[in-house]
Design a protein around this ligand. Structure first.
Ligand code: HEC
Length: 135
């Protein structure tokens, strides 16, 4: 009897640990999905000038496929400003964030006619969206 009790206690413990882990996992997915939705909304600011998927045409701005880890101003077939082309900027998280916050400060003389994304929250979401959509 005692043994049976212990077994069922252990079993219910295992079950409850399992379901907590599952709940955590699904809330992480929910968080990610929420970020991506917000990021998609933030990208409305950019979509007139930038495409994201591989092989899509340049618009007023260059296509951004493969952005993370790339050197600035190197996409084939786009006429960059000298400022951007010669910047040797690497698009890592930190640089990209700074650029999107204030492009004119990060690379003076560039020709992206965009003032920047002033909201931290919107920037977070935009970064997550860009990372996902430019891979
Ligand atoms: C009015 C059009 C316009 C808007 C709006 C705009 N961009 Fe740009 N973007 C450009 C142009 C033009 C360049 C090239 C700048 C240069 O050559 O100096 C550029 C360059 C870039 C680059 C560098 C790409 C490379 O190949 O090095 C990134 C990254 C970028 N934009 C992201 C964004 C994001 C994200 C947004 C929205 C928050 C945005 N841009 C909004 C026109 C725009």
């Amino acid at each position: 009897m005692k043994r049976l009790l212990l077994t069922s206690l252990v079993a219910s413990l295992i079950l409850s640990v399992g379901s907590t882990a599952q709940a955590e996992e699904s809330s992480t997915t929910e968080e990610t999905e929420k970020q991506l939705m917000l990021g998609k909304r933030a990208f409305i600011r950019c979509v007139a000038c930038h495409s994201l998927a591989e092989g899509e045409a340049h618009r007023t701005g260059p296509n951004l496929h493969g952005l993370f880890g790339a050197t600035a101003g190197q996409k084939e077939g786009f006429a960059y400003s000298d400022a951007l082309k010669n910047s040797t900027m690497e698009w890592n998280d930190e640089n990209l964030r700074a650029w999107l916050l204030s492009p004119a400060t990060v690379i003076p003389g560039n020709k992206m006619a965009f003032g920047g994304v002033p909201s931290e929250k919107e920037l977070d979401a935009l970064m997550a969206y860009l990372a996902e959509m430019t891979k």
